[in-house]
Ligand binder design. Structure first.
Ligand code: AMP
Ligand code: MN
Ligand code: MN
Ligand code: MN
Length: 284
């Protein structure tokens, strides 16, 4: 099995292949500068950044776990499932992520049409903020509103115009978390629920269903988790012997989250690597 160095590990970072502001190679170099030795690139619903990130990992000597943050939804609430070391050519998982990516485009167009009734904003404004074929999301619309001078930063956009109660919101399609967890397992990957104790935690019955479906673990150290939820999930983790991670959810300058602000224990990184069969870590 691949030897993973016992260094600081941050297993949740975004690049401009989704809603981060830096290209994948720059994310890897920023992690290296921040003194983090192991990272996972987890762009929303895409593996497009893997090759560039792998090249930068080899250059800098950093270890990379290729990954993704797969969009899901349960009872109308968004659930994000981190996926590590899966086979990027797996048809079932690919179809699932591509369906979300495609629906996100129509959804963003509808959102922009709604906003455009009250503010100067066009679809071209949004496309100008998107790098190539990046998985599109509200952050790109936020960036277009910033460029128009309507809001100061993404935070302000999300608190007002882009908020679900802001009067313009449109949801996007997402599969059930159980389907996502099974697809990740089927692709040889390891699944971890991202920021599971934020606003609107999943009910215990759903959590039990996911663990039975092969869920690997929970991201318990994340700035959006609340303490009570973490205490509750820590008991579930102990009872079911699950993996626990901690990460930054870095988005470049798109969020205040700093690389390495939360980290994952080397023992947990080793568990992820030994459980995965879909792809190998890049040890630079
Ligand atoms: P979407 O998937 O299009 O609904 O947009 C959700 C994404 O927006 C998440 O992946 C976050 O990265 C980002 N996001 C949510 N809230 C904020 C915020 N307050 N500031 C910056 N980015 C945010
Ligand atoms: Mn994001
Ligand atoms: Mn997320
Ligand atoms: Mn994320």
């Amino acid at each position: 099995m691949t030897e993973i160095p016992r260094e600081r590990a941050d297993l949740h970072l975004h690049s401009s292949c989704s809603d981060g502001t830096e290209p994948p190679g720059e994310v890897v170099r920023a992690a290296h500068r921040a003194g983090v030795g192991v990272i996972a690139l987890t762009d929303h619903d895409t593996t497009d950044g893997w090759a560039e990130a792998a090249a930068a990992a080899r250059e800098t000597g950093l270890t990379l776990l290729p990954g993704a943050e797969v969009s899901a939804k349960h009872a109308g609430r968004s659930v994000h499932v981190l996926a590590y070391l899966f086979d990027p050519a797996d048809k079932v998982l690919l179809r699932l992520m591509n369906r979300v990516r495609e629906d996100r485009i129509g959804r963003a167009e509808r959102l922009v049409r709604n906003i455009g009734r009250d503010y100067p904003l066009t679809w071209d404004d949004v496309l100008a903020q998107r790098a190539g074929d990046a998985t599109i999301g509200r952050p790109h619309i936020a960036d277009a509103l910033i460029a128009r001078g309507t809001v100061r930063d993404r935070e302000e956009a999300f608190a007002s115009i882009l908020h679900p109660a802001g009067g313009y919101y449109v949801p996007h399609y997402a599969p059930e978390p159980e389907e996502v967890v099974r697809a990740i397992g089927g692709a040889g990957g390891v699944s971890v629920i991202a920021h599971p104790a934020g606003r609107g935690m999943m009910p215990d019955s759903e959590i039990a269903r996911l663990v039975d479906a092969g869920l690997g673990g929970f991201e318990l150290a994340h700035r959006e988790n609340d303490e009570r939820g973490v205490r509750h999930l820590a008991r579930v983790v102990a009872r079911r012997d699950l993996i626990v991670t901690g990460s930054s959810d870095y988005h470049g300058s798109g969020k205040p989250n700093r690389i390495g602000e939360n980290t994952t224990a080397p023992e947990m990184v080793a568990r992820i690597v030994s459980a995965a069969r879909g792809s190998a870590p890049v040890v630079g």
